[in-house]
Design a binder for this molecule. Structure first.
Ligand SMILES: C[S@@+](CC[C@H](N)C(=O)[O-])C[C@H]1O[C@@H](n2cnc3c(N)ncnc32)[C@H](O)[C@@H]1O
Length: 313
């Protein structure tokens, strides 16, 4: 099987100067009066919703050191530190532009910042953290794109990555690479293994999923293509791939973590009002608000979270 490595690091390091092109669910819930907040059961920010959900599983009074990888504008961490000010945060991001935005958003809080590609950071340094978060960014990490030949420059890098692929197949008994057209989220697999091997007690991950499922009640209003194989998404200046969460879950379970997984709608509950139903049923939306609602509801089910809790020794 031939692969090339899809990397977004050049884009994030040198070209990214706005997240406006890539509106995350977190950012789409930021404006207080935005249409997305109004169609949820309660009109809170993303971070407040997520905190209320996580606190049922994570004893936040025991969390002192929190790591966020790829924190974008810093809004999620701002909410977490507001709700639990005893925590000290570390933000690691590959993008100088976004790390500066995070410094601005978090200037009133107890936070440290590091400019780095998370896959190049020595994972031994993670052991001080009680909780690690990666929101909507696993798809930015390298993906092996199937069926394409290599150029000479990247050949040795690809050989190293293929050795890592063999490691994941053998250690975690994953059927990776059996299908000709299967792209592989090798970077996401690497980071999940790194975080778990370090023994961080609580880990939260999320991203668009290639295994997303629409619940029965939403099926009349929403069709969600989910091939089960990482799907390519073309964005400004780079490409990303949806995530095969079942592989990440398996890696964590082998490393003795309990797992919980589901759609964003679990912690961002939708109020399925007539207004929302109409927006979803239209073949073509009539206005911007309907367009925003359609995209947001799609994201509520296309994005999955994966919570990992280290089991007792
Ligand atoms: C799509 S944005 C998500 C931002 C934020 N978590 C949110 O939900 O709004 C992806 C984030 O991950 C960061 N990122 C991408 N690749 C990274 C890497 N290899 N190491 C560290 N950060 C990375 C980007 O710079 C950006 O902050």
């Amino acid at each position: 099987m031939k692969y090339i490595i899809n990397s977004t690091s050049d884009y994030h390091q040198h070209d990214l100067n706005s997240l406006g092109w890539e509106l995350t669910v977190c950012n789409s819930l930021e404006p207080v009066n935005c249409p997305c907040r109004k169609i949820l059961a309660s009109p809170f920010s993303f971070g407040r919703h997520l905190y209320n959900f996580l606190k049922k599983m994570i004893p936040f009074d025991e969390i002192h050191n929190i790591l966020e990888i790829g924190g974008g504008m810093g809004y999620l961490m701002r909410d977490l530190l507001t709700l639990n000010p005893q925590m000290r945060a570390k933000m690691i991001d590959i993008s100088p532009y976004l790390l500066d935005r995070q410094k601005e958003t978090l200037k009133a809080f107890n936070a440290d910042f590091e400019l780095a590609d998370i896959l190049a950071v020595d994972h031994a340094s993670f052991s001080v953290f009680d909780l690690a978060m990666m929101n909507e960014n696993l798809g930015d990490l390298p993906t092996l794109v199937a069926g394409q030949a290599n150029d000479d420059h990247s050949e040795s890098a690809t050989v190293r990555v293929l050795e890592r692929l063999e490691h994941f197949k053998n250690k975690y008994n994953l059927p990776v690479g059996l299908k000709e057209s299967e792209h592989i989220n090798i970077g996401a697999m690497e980071i999940v293994e790194k975080l778990c091997v370090t023994g961080i007690k609580y880990i939260y991950l999320s991203e668009h999923s290639c295994e997303a499922v629409v619940p029965e009640i939403i099926k009349p209003y929403l069709t969600l293509p989910s091939s089960g194989i990482p799907e390519m998404i073309s964005l400004k200046g780079h490409k990303e791939f949806t995530i095969k969460f079942s592989y990440l879950q398996k890696i964590a379970e082998v490393l003795h973590y309990k797992t919980r997984r589901g759609p964003f709608a679990d912690f961002l509950p939708l109020n399925l009002s007539d207004k929302v139903k109409i927006a979803l049923r239209l073949a073509t939306p009539y206005n911007d608000e309907q367009e925003i609602i359609r995209q947001f509801v799609y994201d509520l089910y296309k994005y999955e979270y994966l919570i990992l809790i280290k089991g007792d020794e």
